[in-house]
Write a new protein. Structure first.
Length: 413
């Protein structure tokens, strides 16, 4: 946070009750939307947990993740809470940060509004996906209408609203008022394995894969066979999970250092956050530290989030160099982890966003996540477009409705 811009923050933290027009079945409902400082909201945990049970939430908008994050944020880095209520109570929540603009961006607004991100790369390295509102199932459009009305009332200081890696693009387009513009500034596939479909069809995971990847896996499995059968096990307690996290971090860092890069664990906030999350989450089952071994040989560690009936692959540390040929610990570790999830009855194994080749080859399906920027129509936006063209920067992306139409075309809809 920029300590030199406290006056703007005071303006933003003022609580505002806003009447919001809602269409459809809830047309007669009075929707109230407000922005309040997180430290002035003592009932946030209770409201979040209550709403979470009524929402199609992701692990990244769960209270397990959010509460850990809030507890570890620097004292100078405090968000606003967006809250929307109707006759049934709170139906939408989100955490918003004001990130100061720098450079040319300051010509078009003093700050951006970020949903569940801070604008500080060292903090945001924890990476959220499936982000956006925590919103009651069926009320997604109403929730985003309330959010857009709330930010519209903030005045002229903000440049854009950023919602990263969201699956709510359809609701955003449906809720967008004529005064705002929404663009997809990035879009990435989120590959997954539909374990429930494999189970229903009576197919094995291995048999569902393409011939090339099966061949690579067979070679690698034979190589590890010299040490013993591949085996995946989940840490059963917090002390084991934390020990495995440290071993995973060492393998992860060694690999990325060999590529001339620091790796995720170079960030002190990233380390603190995940030690805290794994320590608490091992007891509840929210985090799953998996060790894959071949006899006494550690092949690698896979760090997953377990949320409702799905497993989300978050990070890994792999033991490269253990095989003289066909040394593919990532393929072996992920394959064993997915096979375990299939046996245990999970419905999906989600690789999260990214177009990496291994994700595509190990997946059975994909959805698309969008990084969305929302701006106000008018002279400022026109001026920013002009500057972006002059500088040769495509910072405005693709109109979100057009991006969704392209997604549908790719799926053959």
């Amino acid at each position: 946070m920029d300590k030199g811009d406290d006056a703007g923050m005071e303006m933003l933290t003022a609580s505002r009750l806003l009447p919001v027009a809602v269409s459809g079945a809830n047309a007669q409902s009075a929707v109230r939307a407000e922005l309040v400082a997180v430290d002035a909201y003592p009932g946030l945990a209770a409201d979040w947990i209550r709403l979470e049970s009524r929402a199609d939430a992701s692990p990244f908008t769960s209270w397990s993740w959010v509460s850990t994050w809030l507890a570890l944020l620097p004292a100078t880095c405090r968000p606003l809470v967006f809250r929307a209520c109707d006759e049934s109570g709170v139906f939408a929540l989100a955490l918003l940060f004001k990130a100061p603009e720098r450079g040319v961006g300051r010509l078009f607004g003093s700050h951006s509004l970020l949903v569940q991100e801070t604008g500080d790369a060292s903090i945001d390295q924890v990476t959220i996906e499936y982000a956006g509102l925590l919103v009651r199932t069926g009320a997604e459009t109403a929730g985003y209408k309330a959010l857009f009305e709330a930010i519209r009332r903030l005045g002229r200081g903000w440049r854009r609203l950023r919602i990263s890696a969201t699956a709510h693009a359809d609701a955003i387009v449906s809720a967008l008022p004529a005064s705002l513009d929404a663009a997809s500034v990035d879009a990435r596939p989120s590959y997954f394995v539909d374990l429930a479909a494999l189970r229903a069809e009576g197919r094995s995971y291995h048999a569902s894969l393409g011939a090339n990847i099966r061949g690579s896996l067979n070679q690698t499995r034979r190589g590890y066979g010299a040490h013993g059968e591949l085996h995946a096990e989940v840490a059963e307690d917090a002390s084991t999970a934390l020990a495995w996290l440290e071993e995973m971090a060492a393998l992860h860092t060694s690999y990325w250092n060999s590529k001339g890069k620091p790796g995720s664990f170079s960030s002190p906030f990233f380390c603190r956050f995940h030690r805290s999350l794994v320590g608490a989450g091992a007891a509840t089952g929210f985090t799953r530290m998996t060790r894959v071994s071949a006899g006494p040989l550690t092949v690698g560690y896979v760090y997953n989030l377990a949320w409702r009936d799905r497993i989300y692959y978050y990070n890994s540390g792999l033991n490269y160099g253990a095989l003289p040929k066909h040394d593919r610990p990532g393929l072996a570790a992920l394959h064993a982890t997915i096979e375990q999830a299939l046996r245990e009855g999970w419905s999906h194994f989600d690789f999260l966003a990214g177009a990496q080749e291994y994700k595509r080859r190990l997946a059975t399906d994909a959805r698309r996540l969008h990084w969305v920027d929302i701006r106000r129509h008018g002279a400022r936006m026109s001026g920013e477009r002009l500057v972006a063209r002059v500088l040769g920067k495509n910072t405005f992306g693709v109109p979100l409705a057009r991006a969704l139409a392209a997604d549908a075309g790719q799926r053959g809809e």
